[in-house]
Design a protein around this ligand. Structure first.
Ligand code: SF4
Ligand code: SF4
Length: 119
């Protein structure tokens, strides 16, 4: 999924004009993508001469850090609201299950979309 690096975006408006589904708007002089409308066509990335439209992959370290921090926060909240340290470990187990489920969904999705090659 594309995202805009606000430090690089000059607000020139080219991507806004070229987006085929009007998913990009200008906010305070910067382009902003509405991900609910984006169809992932890649046009904004191709037309931006400032390299301000970035790829999702660049956010992997940031996303991993956020997930680890979220897990830590839930563990501490479970211990606080449910009473003891055993709850922390139970919470960690639930979060492990959750991320394993997400991994499985991603793997199965990749298998599913592979079949779309013949569409
Ligand atoms: S084309 Fe690039 S610099 Fe111009 S508004 Fe879009 S993201 Fe910003
Ligand atoms: S990827 Fe395509 S649809 Fe999505 S914001 Fe960019 S130009 Fe618009």
């Amino acid at each position: 999924m594309p995202w805009i690096d606000e430090k690089k975006c000059t607000g020139c408006g080219i991507c806004i004009e070229r987006c085929p589904v009007n998913a990009i708007k200008e906010e305070e002089g910067k382009a902003k993508i509405n991900m609910n409308e984006c169809i992932h066509c890649g046009t904004c990335h191709d037309v931006c001469s400032r390299e301000a439209v970035r790829h999702d992959g660049e956010k992997i370290p940031e996303d991993v850090k956020a997930n680890v921090e979220m897990t830590k926060k839930f563990m501490e909240a479970c211990a606080k609201y449910l009473g003891d340290d055993k709850e922390k470990r139970k919470c960690l187990m639930r979060m492990t299950k959750y991320f394993n489920k997400e991994k499985l969904v991603a793997e199965k999705t990749l298998e599913g979309i592979e079949k779309l090659k013949n569409m």
